[in-house]
Design a binder for this molecule. Structure first.
Ligand SMILES: [Zn+2]
Length: 661
């Protein structure tokens, strides 16, 4: 007696993508509820099974659905927002500020629905996501009928869904508790990357993943700069560093792994970590070439991912598969590297294993979930067909198939696309809603880009807002008498420091923007050695606020922050129309003069070779206070025997600009 099943798929070229790459030219698959019951020659299955529902696949390829091993699905709503930038400028300058402003449960839901529609159309049945408000992503994904590992992001910066990392960690815990055991969703936690997390975050997220036995999703060694920074800060590359934080106690899915050495590959393998290779993203951001061949040879489970649509700019896995094969060859100079069957394994069975759900999906085998797709290979761009070698069909799929050749998609035993029509989502509604978001985000960026100050605030880290000070600067010919005067008993020196300072001033077309100064302060100790370097960013007011008798100026600095990015980053982000560099030796005294705090700066400006300047400054809060301090500043100059010197403009940049024009 034959067994009754829910569905028989017949007349297909069945590619199981199992360990032996079994394929059945006149094949069939039997599905019962959410699972595959049998796979094999059609003649055999027809003998063993009968079904009220038989689907004739008409000679199409029937294969496991593709696994997108790394993405950020809601970023479909940020597609095309900012392109052709370096990773840090793109991420810190555009993505994160826009995300902080716009990302909400509504945003991630719509973005997820858009992504699911696109993923289904391109033959993806399962993906690994990393984003914010992950419970809303999980819900939208489950409603769309797709399978996913959904990872709640935790990082050291304020996030759209959390002010502090403790909040996102608590959200991750709640999310995992609520979704664990769901038929489509595997909840997970995502410490964003080693460089965006503290040690504490890495340790806490690893412990959480271990506690609930869920995967941990992170970015590892995406750029050479990341590895360089890890080496200089922690004395080791990224993989051993995160290992030290117990990250590999968890089931890790590591995205990128572009810059990993042989030892790191061994560590990843030893700890059963999966890797997501993202060829488009790595190419577009010029991150480098991941050693995919080496990783596969070592035995690592390497899947293929699109990364987010903001850095790709689509979620087309067919394109990713083809790129993975082509880059694998070009990068190693070996056309036999990453052959078609192997790349297709990466996009299916190995990808599922990299996500730590290889027992559920990734191949057509009895007992696994019915996650499958039909691909038409009888199109004009994919003809004729040679059947002599069994591997020919894989080459057809990798090198000639388009994602639009996918006609039908089933996840967990349910059709989500039939004959190119989506069954769970309305595309026209999604398109209209997405356009509304694009208009709002456009407007936000237009306003932000109008002002250097708002661009500065957008990248965060402000430690101080607007401040005023009275200051007077005098050219001096001999610094020695001034140094001696400072040390006289009438002045109480609170603090003395010696610095070597490099200032880069950014100039903008609109003079109202003021100047942005990037300062590198090297502390010089008693022995004349550099002991510490500090980087600071100051937005100087567009012009002096006022002046007092004897050229004492009231100046305004609008913003002060530690400069946490490189000078190159700020240059690319602010796009100044010009820049001026000034290098000087500075002796700095913080003193009390008649009970009032002043700074005395004795500078030797070396580049340009301007010689010595004496600067007297004091912070001020009110007009009256400023008047009083302006008088004291003049007295102080007199006291220092510098009163007769030629006073100069309020800042070196003004002097430089004056000298130029
Ligand atoms: Zn990513």
């Amino acid at each position: 007696m034959s067994q009754v099943v829910d569905l028989l798929l017949t007349n297909a070229i069945v590619l199981t993508m199992d360990d032996k790459l079994n394929q059945f030219e006149h094949g069939a698959v039997a599905v019962q509820a959410d699972s595959i019951v049998a796979v094999g020659p059609e003649a055999d299955l027809r003998q063993e099974y009968e079904s009220p529902q038989t689907v004739d696949c008409r000679g199409k390829v029937l294969m496991p659905g593709l696994i997108n091993a790394h993405t950020h699905v809601p970023m479909t709503l940020l597609r095309g927002l900012a392109d052709d930038l370096r990773l840090d400028v793109w991420l810190m300058g555009y993505m994160m500020p826009v995300e902080r402003e716009f990302v909400s449960p509504d945003f991630v839901r719509l973005g997820t629905q858009l992504a699911c529609a696109e993923l289904i159309r391109t033959g993806v049945t399962c993906f690994a996501d990393m984003y914010y408000f992950e419970q809303h992503i999980a819900r939208a994904t489950a409603e769309a009928g797709l399978r996913a590992v959904c990872s709640q992001t935790v990082l050291k910066f304020p996030a759209p869904d959390a002010r502090y990392y403790e909040e996102s960690l608590a959200a991750a815990r709640d999310f995992i508790q609520q979704w664990k055991g769901h038929p489509l969703i595997v909840p997970s936690v995502a410490p964003h990357a080693a460089y965006t997390c503290t040690k504490e975050i890495l340790q806490a997220t690893a412990a959480l993943a271990v506690e609930f036995d869920v995967p941990l999703h992170t970015h590892i060694s995406e750029t050479a700069l990341e590895v360089e920074n890890s080496r200089s800060e922690f004395g080791m590359p990224v993989v051993p560093y995160v290992k030290k934080q117990n990250l590999f106690d968890a089931k890790v899915l590591a995205a990128h792994c572009v810059h990993v050495d042989n030892g790191e590959i061994k560590t990843l393998l030893h700890h059963g970590a999966g890797v997501a290779h993202n060829p488009s993203s790595n190419l577009k951001l010029a991150s480098g070439f991941a050693p995919v061949g080496k990783m596969l040879e070592a035995g690592l489970n390497v899947g293929i991912g699109t990364d987010g649509a903001a850095s790709n700019n689509d979620l087309d896995m067919f394109e990713e598969i083809r790129l993975a094969a082509l880059i694998g060859k070009a990068h190693t100079g070996n056309p036999t590297a990453l052959p078609a069957p192997q790349v297709l394994e990466m996009a299916t069975r190995l990808g599922a294993r990299a996500l730590h759900i290889g027992h559920l999906t990734g191949s057509l085998e009895p007992g696994k979930r019915a996650d499958l797709i039909l691909v038409n290979i009888h199109n004009i761009h994919n003809s004729p067909r040679f059947a002599r070698e069994k591997s020919g069909i894989y080459a057809q799929l990798v090198y000639a198939s388009h994602s639009s050749d996918v006609t039908d998609v089933m996840v967990n035993g349910k059709w989500v696309m039939r004959d190119r029509t989506l069954t769970t989502l309305s595309e026209s509604d999604l398109l209209a809603q997405a356009q509304e978001y694009a208009q709002k985000i456009d407007q936000f960026l237009i306003v932000r880009e109008q002002s250097v100050l708002s661009k500065l605030i957008a990248i965060g880290g402000a430690t101080e807002g607007e401040s005023f000070e009275v200051q007077v600067k005098v050219r001096v010919s001999d610094p020695v008498p001034i140094q001696q005067a400072v040390e006289k008993a009438e002045i109480e020196v609170l603090h003395h420091r010696h610095y070597h300072e490099f200032d880069t001033y950014f100039r903008f077309d609109d003079p109202k923007q003021g100047y942005l100064r990037y300062r590198e302060d090297e502390y010089i100790d008693e022995a004349g050695k550099v002991t510490n370097i500090r980087y600071r960013l100051t937005l100087l007011g567009p012009a002096r606020e006022g002046s007092f008798p004897s050229d004492v100026l009231l100046s305004r600095s609008r913003f002060l922050a530690p400069a946490t990015h490189s000078l190159r980053f700020y240059h690319e982000y602010f796009k100044p129309t010009g820049e001026v560099t000034i290098e000087k030796e500075r002796q700095r005294w913080r003193i009390l003069y008649h009970g009032i705090e002043f700074y005395i700066n004795l500078d030797e400006v070396k580049e340009p070779a301007w010689g010595y300047f004496l600067e007297v400054k004091s912070r001020t809060w009110s007009r009256r206070d400023a008047e009083n301090k302006a008088q004291l500043a003049n007295d102080l100059l007199e006291y220092l025997d510098a009163a007769g010197g030629a006073t100069v403009a309020m800042d070196y940049i003004e002097l430089a600009e004056g000298a130029k024009s």
